[in-house]
Design a protein around this ligand. Sequence first.
Ligand code: NAD
Ligand code: MG
Length: 399
Amino acid sequence: MSPSRQKLVVLGATGSIGVNTLDVVARHPERFEVLALSAQHKVDRLAEQCRQFSPRFAVVGTDEAAARLEDMLRQSGTGTTVLAGIEALERIASLPEADTVMAAIVGAAGLRPALAAARAGKKLLLANKEALVMAGPVFMQEVRRNGAILLPIDSEHNAIYQSLPRGYSSDLEKEGVRRILLTASGGPFRRLSLDDLEQVTPDQACAHPNWVMGRKISVDSATMMNKGLEVIEAHWLFNAPRERIEVVVHPQSVIHSMVEYADGSVIAQLGNPDMRTPIAYALAYPERIQAGVEPLDLCRIGTLDFERPDFMRFPCLRLAYDALERGGNAPAVLNAANEVAVEAFLDRRLAFTRIPAVIEQTLASVSWEEIATLEDVLAADAAGREAARRHAAVPRRQA
Ligand code: NAD
Ligand code: MG
């Protein structure tokens, strides 16, 4: 074992980002050592990953899942200690011997462990955009205060990071940046009429034209809330005011985002839509490594198209811009309402077109508060969830 190997913790190892991360890691055994893995439900898959990478720790959601995992690993000789629950997630995210933490839990559940990694000053690879949307000011303060290195995994933000001179920005104006252009595929329903949108099913919403992702982010892409969350994420990551962040619909998902400069230059990052590119970029940063991604064949693609987003058919994008403008607890309430509404849609309790309605009603019914601490963020999340559950429970006719 080489002492210079990067010691890695993967939170959400069994998800789409987690699996892609381990795919890149497995290509470079001389560079990376897996220290800990986590998963909520898929114990079988986590057991397989433990057999392959022999992590020191594996964390699952419940004691019952932990007992099952221990059972599965008993004869394997991996030497893995199995733990359960949120405190265990915070513990593995801040292990003194860990260099790098991949935060790939979906939704608000990922906030506390991601924050623990920031507080421990780790190299933090952030896929869990909801954490930053909810807790922007608190999160960025912890990153700065503890010298954590925050590298975005979201393909758009990774592209912007690569297109800015120093990745980050303290003052876009001074650095000659006019606008950040976030590209959006437009999702599977880009061309659907409002009437047709009313009828769409969870499986249709999860069939993304370019990316294979977890179900929650797939629905977010279909409503374009994903882009809304990404606008807020870009605001915090790049210190960018709302009016400098623009969304451009680009159905091929080849340009992952762009930065426009005062002199008229536009710098973009391109690649096949494969999350292993931003993952490998961040894992190896500042070096470059093989990611197993096919080379980009522009001649085969032929044409790149662009259009303006339709704020009327995709109200979630407007709601997210508005929440960013309002600041305080509004982004956390927006995120909580979205998680509740998406879950209700995936359970077939809510029509697709009611997702933005539930979020809008929730934002209108939760009073505005300042956000200064993690407790404030968690309170906003709880209030948003409670209100959204009420609004999502109203039968469709009365809504
Ligand atoms: P996923 O649903 O495929 O995987 C989620 C992972 O989180 C799983 O390992 C699951 O076990 C774990 N998890 C779920 N609920 C949990 C809980 N309550 N507590 C602890 N762990 C829990 O999701 P994904 O598509 O991999 O997305 C992960 C994150 O990355 C999301 O925030 C998403 O927005 C972001 N992201 C994903 C993609 C993508 O291509 N999939 C791209 C950009 C950003
Ligand atoms: Mg993205």
